[in-house]
Design a protein around this ligand. Structure first.
Ligand code: NCD
Length: 327
């Protein structure tokens, strides 16, 4: 019976968690459950005409304490493609300005009958804190410099799709993550997902933006982008997060661009089938040149498209885990 329901819903079994707080510690089976379920959504994630009914009667609350374009819009659309109602909350203009705490805010939102809280916050651990205080499911949409699990998942999905790995086994692929690793929750979530799925990772950054202790099995570090480019299948460029820099991390933006910017000239070092990614928002002309961002190797807009299917999968799987839906 359970099996039949699963087949009908297109869910790939293997996920049992109430929350998606980070990718660290998740098993390959858990990652494949999310990615495989996302793959099953296919066209439905791209056309509102073919809405699914899985989350009818459910409410998804976006609790965003930090700015966002892609992630927030993507979660809202993902929820509505599953027929859930969406409650959009911004810290700006809320009682947070009157001193209401994070936990009080989350518990009040939950008290309105919310099934999933999607949270973005500038502090690492904010989503975990909410998860410890509410009964509903919580999905981390980026917490400080800690993790951005749905971005890590959609990046892994994009790589698997580009290289025809329908089983999400990324063995034999080498991925460079380049730029402001120090402040990047995207880098951390990518690292966990890619390693667990079998890819090799090389982290490339100036010494000031590359924390120590990240190298390990299957993970190399380098300060020389030119030396790395010829040997990678994917290059994932990170935004320089000026808002998180406490002091100057490099002498000038001109020097950063000269050493770590993916210019059209530098991208010629990449192998024929290599793919360029960026989580957005981009500092065009700094970490990536427009000719590369908008060029034929770029998978940047595919990443955004796949974000919808991945977030639909996360929403559905946590709602199954909490028992809100029985598909
Ligand atoms: C990232 C984020 O907010 O963590 N963007 C995103 O969600 N696509 C990366 C960034 O801000 O640089």
């Amino acid at each position: 019976m359970e099996q039949q329901g699963s087949m009908m819903s297109g869910v790939v079994e293997g996920w049992g968690r109430r929350h998606v707080l980070g990718l660290e510690g998740l098993t390959r089976g858990e990652l494949v459950a999310v990615l495989g379920t996302a793959a099953g959504f296919g066209e439905v994630s791209r056309r509102s005409l073919w809405k699914r009914q899985d989350l009818r009667g459910c409410v998804v609350a976006n609790l965003f304490f930090e700015d966002s374009t892609r992630t927030r819009a993507s979660f809202s659309l993902a929820a509505s493609r599953l027929s859930a109602d969406v409650l959009d909350f911004s810290a700006k203009g809320s009682s947070v300005s009157k001193g209401e705490t994070l936990v009080d805010t989350a518990r009040n939102i939950e008290a309105m009958g919310v099934d999933v809280i999607v949270c973005r916050h500038g502090r690492s651990g904010a989503s975990a804190k909410i998860a410890g205080a509410v009964g509903c499911a919580v999905i981390n949409a980026g917490d400080g410099q800690h993790e951005h699990p749905t971005q890590g998942l959609l990046d892994a999905f994009t790589i698997a799709q580009r290289f025809g790995r329908s089983d999400f086994d990324l063995s034999g692929l080498r991925v460079a993550i380049v730029g402001d690793i120090a402040h990047s929750r995207v880098a951390r979530s990518n690292l966990h997902a890619l390693r667990t799925l079998g890819a090799e990772v090389v982290l490339v950054a100036p010494p000031t933006l590359l924390p120590s202790g990240l190298a390990g099995e299957g993970v190399e570090v380098s300060h020389d982008l030119d030396a790395v480019l010829g040997g990678v299948d994917v290059v994932n460029m990170l935004r320089v997060q000026f808002e998180r820099l406490s002091g100057p991390a490099f002498p000038s933006t001109r020097e950063y661009q000269a050493l770590y910017g993916l210019t059209v000239a530098r991208a010629r070092r990449l192998g024929d089938r290599a793919v360029v990614m960026h989580p957005g928002p981009m500092n065009r002309g700094l970490e990536i040149e427009s000719g590369v961002a908008d060029g034929p190797r770029s998978a940047i807009l595919e990443q955004v498209t796949h974000g919808l299917a991945v977030r639909m999968a996360c929403l559905l799987l946590v709602c199954r885990a909490t028992g809100v839906v029985k598909v």
